[in-house]
Design a protein around this ligand. Structure first.
Ligand code: EPZ
Length: 432
């Protein structure tokens, strides 16, 4: 089993370049099979969830040509089945976008119900509501979402819940429906906008993405295009918080500062320094940081995907902080692991009450999910002594070369097989 070994206590200093946004790439890769022409996508993050989705579209007949680890050409003209049921697909969440994409193009899709991080109940009802409004019948049978339509017709849909997944999925199907679709109470996250921009580059007519109301005029056919994915706001945020946590100084490059405003505001509030440039942000911290109250909200509020990293930072800051998780009910699983490192956090229902401690001490901890795992890496970087983070496969689902990027910033971290005693000994000798 692979694990990270971290010797904490060093400030992270230097420059890091942020990769493409995984959650945008998942929607865009699924959308790319909606045309029979070739699509070239750049700035794809080299992470496991993307590998799984590329494999899934290849398995149903799409031609996937990896120009390099961050650029891919996809051609969906030879898709020979609309059934995506292989077991490995269950592991990721983004596979559900194939329902919208295939239903739009072929008016039929059968896709295994998605898995993804276990961070709370993750219903699909708003996706179904949208597809049904467009005229499809949708059933959940034998663990798969089965959808079918004679034809799809534009509709006026009001989402009961603001959902990134449902907004993107229904937007995909609506692009190849007849007439006008209006999506109200849509998610406004940057990746919704990125998928909409990609669809428009393929000849779709999507307006209003990034606001509550998205208007989609259906077209009969989409065409090929070249597209570059936006930078990953969560990876950027993770490095911003790692800089503050380790009392470091990092220039985070290839970012869109607007997407990071909620994180910047919190860092400034607790006493870190943040300097914004056109496509970079510099985060620096000196001395003890202060406390804060944080509530996760839909964009442009404070993202749930940054909640574990924020809680971890507050756990070694001065005073008492309160973090409320309002999107996913099961997103505090990493707190038990943090407690093993000395954190003083009490979780009551969806709220964490954090009493800042002076220091963390290294321990063996296990990543419970993607962002919880990243938070444990940050904890290890600031802890006294060695921290072992197990179950790194969760972290690798969404962070490209995390340990390499951290090493470039001066961190003492390696990824090793837990059985590889020689490599572990060598690392410990090097950093001791
Ligand atoms: C996306 O998940 C992201 N995943 C998540 O990132 C992210 O945490 C989440 O959006 C919120 O920003 C991908 O983009 C692949 P939602 P998604 O539908 O689409 C409720 C990460 O770490 N809901 O916006 O599954 C739901 O229970 C991952 O990168 C319904 O009630 O999230 C939740 O409370 C983890 N019915 C809220 O909406 C539905 O039909 C938001 O979920 C759908 C959702």
């Amino acid at each position: 089993m692979e694990q990270y070994i971290i010797k904490g206590g060093k400030p992270l200093i230097g420059e890091v370049t942020i990769s493409g946004y995984k959650n945008a790439a998942l929607g865009i890769i699924a959308a790319s099979v909606m045309t029979d022409e070739t699509v070239k996508i750049e700035n794809i993050p080299d992470v496991r969830d993307i590998d799984v989705l590329l494999q899934a579209i290849e398995d149903i007949g799409a031609k996937v040509e990896r120009i390099n680890r961050n650029t891919v050409k996809i051609n969906g003209s030879k898709i020979n089945t609309v059934e995506v049921e292989a077991d490995y697909v269950r592991k990721i969440r983004g596979s559900y976008y194939l329902v919208g994409a295939l239903l739009g193009k072929y008016k039929k899709a059968k896709v295994v119900l998605p898995g993804g991080c276990n961070i709370g109940s993750r219903p699909f009802d708003q996706h179904i509501k949208g597809f049904e409004a467009l005229g499809a019948s949708v059933k959940i049978e034998h663990g798969s979402i089965c959808s079918e339509a004679e034809g799809l017709n534009g509709a006026h849909i009001y989402f009961d819940v603001c959902s990134v997944g449902a907004t993107i999925n229904v937007m995909l199907a609506a692009c190849l429906s007849e007439g006008l679709t209006i999506l109200e109470n849509s998610a406004k996250e940057p990746h919704v906008v990125d998928v909409a921009n990609f669809l428009n580059s393929m000849g779709a007519n999507v307006k209003g993405a990034g606001t509550d109301v998205i208007r989609i005029k259906g077209v009969t056919k989409l065409h090929g295009c070249e597209y570059s994915i936006i930078p990953d706001q969560i990876e950027a945020g993770t490095f911003m918080f790692a800089a503050a946590a380790t009392k470091g100084d990092i220039l985070i490059k290839n970012i869109i500062p607007k997407h990071l405003e909620a994180f910047t505001a919190k860092l400034l509030e607790i006493g870190a320094q943040v300097e914004e440039f056109d496509d970079a942000v510099r985060v620096k911290a000196v001395g003890k940081l202060g406390s804060s109250h944080v509530k996760t909200l839909v964009y442009p509020g404070f993202l749930t995907d940054m909640q574990p990293q924020m809680t971890t930072l507050l756990a070694i800051s001065k005073g008492t902080s309160i973090v409320t998780e309002s999107i996913f009910e099961n997103r505090f699983k990493y707190v038990d692991e943090l407690s093993r490192m000395g954190a003083n956090i009490k979780v009551e229902s969806n709220t964490a009450i954090i009493d800042g401690v002076d220091k963390f001490t290294g321990a063996v901890v296990s990543a419970p999910d993607l962002r919880g795992g990243a938070a444990l890496v940050i904890a290890g970087l600031m802890a006294e002594g060695y921290t072992i983070v197990e179950d790194v496969e969760y972290i690798e689902r969404g962070y490209e070369k995390l340990e390499y990027k951290m090493q470039q910033l001066g961190a003492s971290i390696i990824k090793v097989d837990s059985e590889d005693t020689k490599a572990i000994k060598k690392f410990k000798l090097k950093v001791s």
